[in-house]
Design a protein around this ligand. Structure first.
Ligand SMILES: [Zn+2]
Length: 181
């Protein structure tokens, strides 16, 4: 009897936490979708630098970033995203999208990101959110549905090129959407 009482609040806590996590993920995706609806011209691949500039955010290359691949900071009220020029063009797109995630979700905080922070497994929830945001910005869920359902594009290579992302990012996104096991 005591055991069953003790279990109830624990379970409720789990449910609450799961619900909050789902809510946060949804909010993150919606933030990316709202940025797309406001600043995207509708062409693939999505160009995160063009979106950033349309939103009034400076995007620059900074060789002084050292071991970091990207950074967002605020200079005189202006948001500035810096990417390391030695990073591949494909990676730079993801870095900019990731920093845009920080911009949209983490109100004015400065972030300096190293390569590991762009990996799917993150302990820091803000890094996970920025990655989820970047995935939705570069690979909009509705665009995946249109390309696969309506345009019958099943080639991963073709999708990868159309979205301008790495294999890893595409696989991750398609798994999340249930298209890949
Ligand atoms: Zn980050």
């Amino acid at each position: 009897m005591i055991d069953s009482i003790a279990k109830t609040p624990r379970m409720a806590k789990h449910l609450l936490r799961d619900g909050m996590m789902k809510g946060r993920k949804l909010m993150t995706k919606m933030a990316a979708q709202s940025m797309l609806s406001e600043f995207w011209d509708g062409n693939l691949p999505v160009n995160p630098a063009v979106i950033a500039r349309a939103a009034g955010i400076a995007v620059r290359q900074d060789p002084e970033l050292g071991t970091a691949v990207g950074r967002i900071q605020y200079e005189g009220g202006l948001a500035c995203i810096d990417v390391h020029p030695d990073t591949s063009a494909l990676r730079q797109r993801f870095v900019i999208a990731h920093e845009l995630g920080h911009f949209m979700l983490h109100g004015g905080a400065r972030f300096v990101d190293v390569e590991q922070e762009l990996e799917p497994i993150q302990l820091d929830i803000r890094e996970r959110q920025a990655n989820l945001f970047a995935l939705e910005l570069l690979i909009p869920s509705f665009a995946v549905e249109i390309l696969i359902y309506k345009r019958k594009i099943f080639s991963l290579e073709k999708l990868r090129t159309m979205f301008g992302v790495t294999d890893k990012a595409l696989h991750y996104k398609l798994r999340r959407l249930g298209w890949l096991p």
